[in-house]
Write a protein that binds this ligand. Sequence first.
Ligand code: FEO
Ligand code: CA
Ligand code: CA
Ligand code: CA
Length: 596
Amino acid sequence: GRHCSHDVSRAAFTPVAPNRTDAVTNAPEFTHNVVIRWGDPVEAGARRFDVHAQTPEAQAKQFGYNNDYVGVLPLDGRRALLVTNHEYTDENLMFPAGEYDDATIKKIAMAAHGMSVVTIERGRAAGSWIRADHRRSRHNRRITVHTEFAFHGPAAGHELLRTEADPTGMRVNGTFGNCAGGTTPWGTVLSGEENFNGYFDASGPVDAANAASFKRYGLATTTTTNRGWSDVDERFDLARHPHEAYRFGWVVEVDPLEPTSTPVKQTMLGRFKHEGANVTISKSGHAVAYMGDDERGDYIYKFVSADRFRHGRSPAARRHNKTLLTKGTLYVAKFTGDGTDDGVFDGSGEWLPLTSHHRSHVPGMSVAEVLVNTRLAADTVGPTKMDRPEDIEPNPVNGKIYCALTNNSDRGVKYPTDETNPLASSMVRAELGAPLTSKSGNRNGYVLEVTERGNDHTATRFAWDLFLVCGDPTAPETYFAGFDKSKVSPISCPDNVAFDGAGNLWISTDGNVLGSNDGLFRVPVAGPRRGHVEQFLTVPFGAETCGPLVSRDQRSVFVAVQHPGETDGATFESPSSTWPHTDGFPRPSVVVSYRR
Ligand code: FEO
Ligand code: CA
Ligand code: CA
Ligand code: CA
């Protein structure tokens, strides 16, 4: 039943009302503390953060900008490793005007990208976590644009991955655009390289051999400004180094327990705008990864390993499990509706094989070519064009897979509607209190529920339904798994998903178009309250809610507050948010919520 509890999977709470507050607002039964902020020390020897005296070297040892994915790996009862992505930077909010030259800004920004591994320890209150002293935390680590990675899997060493700097095609420096991710059953962290295209430009004509691929991935083939990193590192100039672009857009695997290990880009999981990857172990013992390609009209993928997971924490078992993502089969999803006469958006589907590690299923493309140009390969087999597939995660309690389809302003315009992507228009509010008006496209997003045949994650057939059609519950098109719409919280633009120990789905949002701040929601997927969406917290003005993560003991909810104050025209001097209110300017931070 619902009662006062420290267990967030069971605790009743009073849903947070939509608001425009520059704060993290918890349900009144809960509170939170900041765990770590942009600029806080991570590696030993990190300099104290001074926004007026930053250097690339200082930033490379400090917590990066725009935390997105959150993983927590217990070390012992008292300490754990917090692993986060740093997706991108907002130079307008990071740098006081006129204090840094352009090249220094770019170099600091490069060091603020990537990932962090941070030792955390329990705070005084039950459920609270704080940053441990970085000087006594041997696992602490920053991964930046300069960190060396190894390519693993069938495309490693392929001609398309070779550059002047790396004629072997086996090593690459850095990761960026890291959005969501997943923690594997063997204790590594996966991170998706998402909008990697925006970091490249071209000072002149690009070798025409790359034209079809670059077009499909949105890579520049002419001089464009983009982020201008080519000004300080010529490998980002596609006219000079076209293959450098093929070295991004992968899922990376980091082993936080081995701080000196070389992180890996797993080519078997394909190359696209990877939102993230979440791995489960099938009944047969195979590792199965679910992945979204976050672009309007792009696809949902899954990978099934050839080898089986080995239980136990022995070094031999870990070594073996860290090879599971290098061999197997990569699939893309095709959804079929069964008609809307039954009153629900649902149907069946199949996983279409693209390639295994030894045999391509796409005529005219080799295994490595399918993995490097996965979008081009998938285009040939007729998968379903989706409304921006974001985070996809299997529910450990019921075995079903939940996918956030965040929105698609082109649905009904460029992409025809179908039963899986049914909304060509929806009602949105310009501001809180303003009237609802119609806008083209799916603006508020869906949460898709997939049931593999026989509840077997290796199956090639599945059933599906739209669990949520998000939006203002008073709008007629919204749907909350059949639950009473007068009792649910409004929700818009689902982005990340997570589960608690009872199997409840937690959804974080990015880009709420209902006129209020983004937030985090809990919703049961089974029982009489299936579909009862309740808002657990809201994030500050201009921020997106990332993570989220429910701790194994069910007492803590971690949330990454990404890009607070990122609004049109906002600058360091005139920010629209000053959260977390320690400095007079915004600092993206990870927070943890727990029972008051
Ligand atoms: Fe970086 Fe798809 O959100
Ligand atoms: Ca139907
Ligand atoms: Ca995301
Ligand atoms: Ca997003």
